[in-house]
Design a protein around this ligand. Structure first.
Ligand code: GLU
Length: 421
């Protein structure tokens, strides 16, 4: 038996929550305590302080992190988040989720993640560039194309990746496109990377709808969040004939049972996905989650579905496009209600899968067509969905635990072969 945590499920922070599901998954696979001790925390965590000259001449010092969960399978991989609520625990948990995503999709990586405590919405272009370059200088010793490969995450984009790649290339004194993914196309980005998270969510939504007996065409969908994942997803599902009845941003939500005009919203949002400010008839994010729909997609931040709102959720399928939107207790409540949950580590793996394609193309210096990218993405995600779904059915467990079982296996075996455990 692997030792259990003391704190009650609902009070667990994101790191403790992740550790609890890892513990249950390893126990099911009959691994010993030492396997758990190895993977319950990242192998490395670097905390950095980044001085940035602001436009008004003052200097502001930002705190940033880079966590590397486990590199038994290969280099670590995962995005960098710019957000005022970034914490050490969050970055650690996010790096562990990356490991599990890479395991499910069978990519030759372990998980990594970075974050900087800042609010990019209040910063100028120049300040963001200096912050991005400062962060790369601060973490340059532990990252690199064969060590740890960053990418975009919440509130970071291809422009930020471009500055970071340029800074890294200057430090190393050779062009290093494979240092980071999610770059602009002209700097070695992959076709299809920008919309890949949402493409992936669309593919798993189709698979989930099939097993739940729902027709996407005509189905009612609510998407919480209108950033990179949420906005592209709204477009893709709308184009497949779904009715997008609700969307939201950080300031509020829109709900219309007849369906929203997605093209208008896409044309009028800003680069941070803000659009609800244009409307007066908004509701809150909390109210949106419990509105009537067939498919509910949290595509924003952690801890949105909790014991408080889980009993009132009306959806038939929950697709976690965001990382960590549902607490463990809420997962139990939804599973009891018969709601099919497609967990984050499976639902949003499309981003890192196409990041992997980008890195392969950078290493080869040979670029693929859009068709090659989307066919390969589809193949990997369909197989991943089936593996997780079958594991959940065979063992009579929820999809989250099943996903962790599938996702941890390769990392533990690789650690054993290396003689680490
Ligand atoms: N930040 C994304 C994620 O959470 C993408 C990571 C990557 O492309 O490496 O999966």
């Amino acid at each position: 038996m692997i030792k259990e945590k003391e704190s009650s499920k609902e009070q667990m922070n994101v790191l403790e929550r992740t550790q609890e599901v890892i513990r249950l998954a390893l126990e099911r696979m009959h691994y010993k305590q030492e396997a758990y001790d190895l993977v319950k925390e990242p192998l490395r965590l670097l905390t950095v302080r980044i001085p940035v000259r602001m436009d008004d001449g003052s200097v502001k010092v930002f705190t940033g992190y880079r966590a590397q969960h486990n590199d038994a399978v290969g280099p670590t991989k995962g995005g960098i988040r710019f957000h005022q609520d970034v914490t050490e625990e969050e970055v650690k948990a996010l790096s562990m989720w990356m490991s599990i995503k890479c395991g499910i999709a069978d990519l030759p990586y372990g998980g990594g993640k970075g974050g900087i405590q800042c609010d990019p919405r209040t910063m100028s272009f120049g300040e963001l560039e200096r912050l991005s370059r400062g962060y790369v200088r601060a973490i340059s010793q532990i990252v690199g194309p064969t060590k740890d490969i960053p990418a975009p995450d919440v509130f970071t984009n291809s422009q930020i990746m471009a500055w970071m790649m340029d800074e890294y290339s200057r430090i190393r004194e050779f062009d290093s496109p494979g240092f980071i993914t999610g770059k602009p196309l002209v700097l070695g980005g992959s076709v299809g990377r920008e919309s890949s998270t949402a493409k992936g969510v669309t593919i798993v939504t189709r698979e989930a709808a099939k097993v739940a007996g729902i027709n996407i065409e005509g189905s009612k969908v609510i998407i919480q969040g209108f950033g990179n994942a949420g906005s592209f997803l709204a477009k893709f599902l709308y184009d497949e004939g779904a009715k997008i009845v609700g969307i939201s941003d950080a300031y509020g939500a829109l709900y219309d049972p007849e369906g929203l005009d997605i093209n208008y919203l896409l044309d009028n949002r800003d680069s941070f996905g803000t659009v609800t400010k244009l409307f007066s008839n908004t509701i809150t994010n909390k109210e949106l989650l419990i509105k009537s729909c067939d498919i509910l997609v949290p595509a924003a931040l952690e801890n949105q579905i909790t014991v408080e709102n889980a009993p009132r959720i009306q959806a038939k399928i929950l697709i976690e496009a965001a990382n960590g939107p549902t607490t463990l207790k809420a997962t139990e409540i939804l599973a009891q209600k018969g709601i099919l949950i497609v967990p984050d580590v499976l639902a949003n793996a499309g981003g890192v899968i196409v990041s992997y394609f980008e890195w392969v193309q950078n290493n080869q210096g040979f670029y693929w067509t859009e068709e090659e990218v989307s066919n390969r993405l589809e193949r990997i995600l369909k197989t991943s969905f089936l593996n997780v779904y079958d594991t959940s059915r065979k063992n009579d467990i929820d999809m989250r635990l099943a996903a962790y079982i599938v996702g941890l296996k390769k990392m533990i075996e690789a650690s054993q072969f290396r003689g680490w455990i």
